[in-house]
Design a protein around this ligand. Structure first.
Ligand SMILES: [Zn+2]
Length: 180
């Protein structure tokens, strides 16, 4: 191998390694511009798209006599780091690694749920997909994420769990007409 060729192969190897490494270690796009954050219920902040969808969902829930309360919305890297450290120390709820949480993008929202059998939780399970929300962490029934591009509304007449939204119509009694 000539010296020139050797040099080139070293340069190319370095370049390739750098690119591959950058691709692997590059964190997912987490930052959300402050201008895109809006205040929601409870003083929390969310991405404006998430906030709009949440407001629509909350309005619908109100019609069914339920109030949706937010306990956590957007988190800065610093806040996520603190929560993660607390979790690692055995305090507080499970928290994603800093840079890996959709709370940092303003797309995740934690709601007051109560038990998994609570009316509020059952309502969300049956309706949240209509507004682009879905659960992404099986162990956290309070954690909902706004993912409209991959969350689909149910077929008309069914809820998000595939259950019919109306009881099946009972057959109309047939009025018999006696021939006169
Ligand atoms: Zn959460």
């Amino acid at each position: 191998m000539s010296l020139a060729l050797f040099r080139w192969s070293v340069i190319l190897t370095c370049l390739f390694t750098t690119v591959a490494f950058a691709g692997e270690s590059r964190p997912r796009r987490q930052k959300v511009k402050a201008a895109k954050l809006v205040r929601v219920e409870g003083g929390h902040r969310l991405h404006r798209d998430t906030a709009t969808a949440l407001e629509r969902m909350a309005t619908e829930a109100t019609k069914d006599g339920l109030v949706l309360r937010v306990t956590s919305g957007y988190r800065s890297l610093r806040e996520q780091r603190w929560l993660y450290e607390e979790y690692r120390r055995g305090r507080g709820n499970k928290a994603a690694r800093p840079g890996r949480s959709n709370h940092q993008r303003g797309l995740a929202v934690d709601l007051v749920i109560g038990q998994r059998t609570s009316k509020r939780y059952l309502w969300l399970e049956a309706n949240a997909c209509r507004f682009g929300f879905r659960r992404t962490v099986p162990s956290e029934p309070w954690h909902w994420e706004y993912r409209p591009s991959s969350t689909f509304p149910p077929v008309v007449g069914f809820d998000c769990l595939g259950n019919p939204t109306r009881p099946p119509a009972s057959p109309e009694p047939v009025a018999r007409k006696d021939p006169s």
